[in-house]
Design a protein around this ligand. Structure first.
Ligand code: HEC
Ligand SMILES: [Cu+2]
Length: 417
């Protein structure tokens, strides 16, 4: 990576210097210092190049270039940009060419005796430099309008997939109304080919501030505004993962509001839909889950009236309290006794909060918290322990759980496939 560094590294220079005849020590020192500072500059340059070419999601390695498009709206915008670039480039070349010519050809010479002839109010020249720019602007305007309308008015085929996108500080909610699916941050859409067109049409809105949906390879940016519904569509023609992010400053964690779009084969997509439609099981009885955490402590049990019979027998026996085991079952109880369920939904259980991402199929996602980190058991635990440690400014509070409770909840979340 650091090509520059090896070329000018001070050690290379000093190992070569003994071959020179008795160099002045001051000068050698000065050169070495100079080279060192050059190395710093090159290190900075190479670091900047590395940083620019290796974004946070580099592991996934997909492109975010607007010049490698994979969907009709993105391609039309790309072609328009090349057209505008060509026209403006030609203007630039013509104007600077004429300017250079005039500067050189008519420069002042020592033989000059008088002022050159002065031209005032030439109708031809003034007409030319008024009409030519107007024509150029009209051409650019027509070209842009054509692309705008062709994207906006694209007919929606019956095979289209509908998705509602809701922007939140700092994550994405995706709803598929036809399939009754709610998920977050990672959008799945089917491949759309000429033979079997299956574009995805999105309605975009916001739950709080203005966000902007931008996956450069698939389409231009579309803002998500509170109290308004914007629309856009994509028809990805190549399988794979496409990445993007919120393109409108929406708060402190705006930079970690990343987007992933998976383009699946029709079979993969149908399988994914079927998987997402499954609801999760409620392990314990809802009555048990509704009791406060203290109930699980032996001392408190007798004090709680109307205990379900199953618990009364357990309370009297010598079995370890249910709350001690680190299992998905106990984890669900802890999860449901915490405020987690006020903010998160798990379909099929009492958890029906809508403030945070739907967790029903958390384990089907590759990342956590809108791409802030990868979805591994350790990261999950770290996230629950201190969300702001991973994503400072995130709107999920640290819940101050004990290590055991955290391990239990993690064990439960890991079953949400
Ligand atoms: C006050 C509401 C609130 C509470 C309470 C809350 N969360 Fe969250 N949670 C959020 C928000 C908001 C996010 C999204 C954060 C982001 O990406 O910026 C989130 C994200 C998550 C994620 C990542 C989801 C994803 O798809 O990336 C997990 C897992 C999670 N919360 C688990 C929990 C657990 C477990 C609890 C209880 C111990 C809990 N949350 C309590 C609001 C809450
Ligand atoms: Cu945003």
């Amino acid at each position: 990576m650091n090509l520059f560094q090896t070329d000018v590294h001070p050690t290379n220079v000093s190992s070569a210097s003994p071959t020179h005849a008795a160099p002045n020590p001051h000068i050698t020192h000065w050169i070495k210092e100079k080279l060192k500072s050059r190395v710093h500059i090159w290190q900075l340059v190479s670091a900047a190049v590395t940083a620019a070419s290796v974004p946070a999601w580099a592991a996934a390695d997909p492109s975010t270039s607007v010049f490698s498009t994979a969907s009709t709206p993105a391609r039309e915008v790309h072609e328009l940009s090349l057209f505008v670039l060509t026209v403006t480039g030609a203007i630039f070349v013509a104007v600077s060419g004429l300017l250079l010519y005039a500067l050189v050809r008519y420069r002042s010479r020592s033989t000059d005796t008088a002022e050159p002839p002065q031209v005032f109010g030439s109708v031809q020249i003034e007409l030319a430099w008024t009409i030519i720019p107007i024509l150029i602007i009209v051409v650019l305007f027509l070209g842009t309008a054509r692309v705008l309308f062709s994207i906006q008015d694209a007919p929606k085929p019956p095979s289209a997939v509908d998705v509602t996108v809701v922007g939140h500080q700092f994550w994405w909610e995706f709803r598929y109304p036809k399939y009754n699916i709610v998920t977050a941050n990672e959008l799945h859409v089917p491949l759309s080919t000429k033979a079997a067109p299956r574009p995805t049409f999105m309605k975009l809105t916001s739950a709080d501030v203005i966000h902007s949906f931008w996956v450069p390879q698939l389409a231009g940016k579309t803002d998500l505004l509170p109290n308004r519904v914007n629309e856009m569509w994509i028809d990805p023609e190549k399988l794979g993962l496409y990445v993007g992010q919120c393109a409108q400053f929406c708060g402190v964690q705006h930079a970690k509001m990343l987007l992933r779009v998976y383009v699946d084969t029709p079979e993969q997509f149908d399988r994914w839909v079927a998987g997402q439609q499954k609801v999760q099981a409620e392990f314990g009885s809802p009555a048990l889950a509704a009791l406060p955490a203290a109930v699980n402590q032996q001392s408190a049990r007798s004090a709680v009236p109307n205990l379900p019979p199953s618990m009364q027998t357990q309370a009297g026996s010598s079995l370890p309290p249910l709350s001690d085991a680190i299992t998905a079952h106990s984890g669900q109880l802890v999860f449901e006794q915490q405020a987690c369920i006020n903010c998160h939904a798990v379909a099929g259980t009492v958890a029906n909060g809508r403030y945070g991402p739907d967790l029903t199929h958390l384990m089907s996602r590759a990342t956590l918290a809108a791409g802030a980190t990868t979805n591994t058991p350790d990261n999950l635990k770290a996230w629950i322990n201190d969300p702001n440690g991973i994503k400072p400014g995130s709107l999920m509070p640290a819940m101050h759980l004990t290590d055991r409770q955290n391990a239990q909840i993690t064990a439960y979340l890991l079953t949400l496939k």
